[in-house]
Design a protein around this ligand. Structure first.
Ligand code: OAD
Length: 229
C-alpha cells in the first residue's frame, strides 16, 4: 500500500466545534498566547494556565469527530495512513485513525514540570490542579508543547514526510514553526494536497489546493486519491 502522510491543524477540528487560533474569533483573540501557552506564563500564573487547559479538556468531551476525521480514518482501507497533528484534541484517535503523532502534545495528558518525557493520562472528568503531583511529588502540568519549548516529535514527523508517497495538509495556517517547516521535507514529485477554505501561503508551487472545509475537502481528496491507489 502507498504511504499517505497527513499534517493537520486546528481547521481539521473546527467543524467539531473546537475554535481555531488565528481565524477571526479564534482563541488567540480571546487569550494572550504569552499568558497561557508559554513556560513563563505558567510560572507567573499557574492557576490561570491550568484553568485554560481544564476548560478546553472539558469542551473536548462534548465534541465528536467530524466527517473529515472519519474520512481520513476510512482511507486506511486503501493506504498506509500516518497522521501528524498539531492539534491537542483526540478526535483523530476517536475517529479510529491508528497512527497519530501529536506534535504539540495532548489535552488529556499531563507531565511533571521539567520532564516532558514522563506522561500520565488525566482521568476523564478530572481537572488538573495546583498540588496535583506525580508519585515522585513533582507538580503536574498540561502535556502541551508551549511556545519556546522543544518539539520532541519533530524528528519522527520529518522522517514520515520524507518517506511518504503522498502528502496532505489540512486546516493549518502554517504560521507556527517547526511544524510549518515540515512542508519543506516533502520530496519533489511527491503529490501534495492542501485542504483549507482560505488561501494558505507556501513557498511551493507543486501543491494541489482544495479550497474547502475539512469534511468536504476530505471527500474530494478521497475521490482524487483513487488514481494513486
Ligand atoms: P490556525 O488557527 O493558525 O489556522 C487554522 C487554519 O484552519 C486556517 O488556515 C483556516 O483557514 C483553516 N480552517 C478554518 N476552518 C476550517 C475548516 N472547517 N476546515 C478546514 N480548515 C479550516 O491553527 P494552526 O495552524 O493549527 O499551538 O495553529 C498552529 C499552532 O498554533 C497550534 O497547534 C497552536 C497554535 O498556537 C500551540 O498552542 C502550541
Amino acid at each position: 500500500m502507498k504511504k499517505l502522510v497527513v499534517l493537520t491543524g486546528a481547521g481539521m477540528s473546527a467543524e467539531s466545534g473546537i475554535s481555531t487560533f488565528r481565524d477571526s474569533g479564534g482563541l488567540w483573540e480571546k487569550y494572550k498566547v504569552e499568558e497561557v501557552a508559554t513556560p513563563e506564563g505558567f510560572e507567573a500564573n499557574p492557576g490561570l494556565v491550568l484553568d485554560f487547559y481544564n476548560q478546553r479538556r472539558k469542551q473536548l468531551y462534548t465534541c465528536q469527530p467530524n466527517e473529515g476525521h472519519l474520512g481520513l480514518a476510512a482511507l486506511e482501507k486503501d493506504f498506509e495512513v500516518y497522521i501528524i497533528t498539531q492539534n491537542v484534541d483526540n478526535l483523530h484517535e476517536r475517529a479510529s485513525s491508528t497512527n497519530v503523532l501529536h506534535l504539540h502534545g495532548e489535552l488529556t495528558k499531563a507531565c511533571p514540570v521539567g520532564d516532558p518525557y514522563t506522561v500520565y493520562d488525566i482521568p476523564p472528568g478530572k481537572d488538573l490542579q495546583l498540588g496535583d503531583t506525580d508519585p515522585q511529588g513533582r507538580q503536574l502540568r498540561p502535556f502541551i508543547v508551549w511556545f519556546g519549548e522543544a518539539v520532541p516529535m519533530i524528528e519522527p514527523a520529518i522522517r514520515q514526510i520524507a518517506d511518504a508517497d503522498i502528502f496532505v495538509i489540512i486546516g493549518t495556517s502554517l504560521n507556527v514553526y517547526p511544524a510549518a517547516g515540515l512542508l519543506g521535507y516533502a520530496r519533489r514529485g511527491q503529490p501534495i494536497f492542501l485542504i483549507d477554505p482560505q488561501e494558505v501561503h507556501t513557498c511551493r508551487t507543486d501543491i494541489h489546493f482544495i479550497r474547502a472545509l475539512a469534511s468536504e475537502g476530505v471527500r474530494q481528496l478521497t475521490r482524487l486519491l483513487k488514481e494513486y491507489r
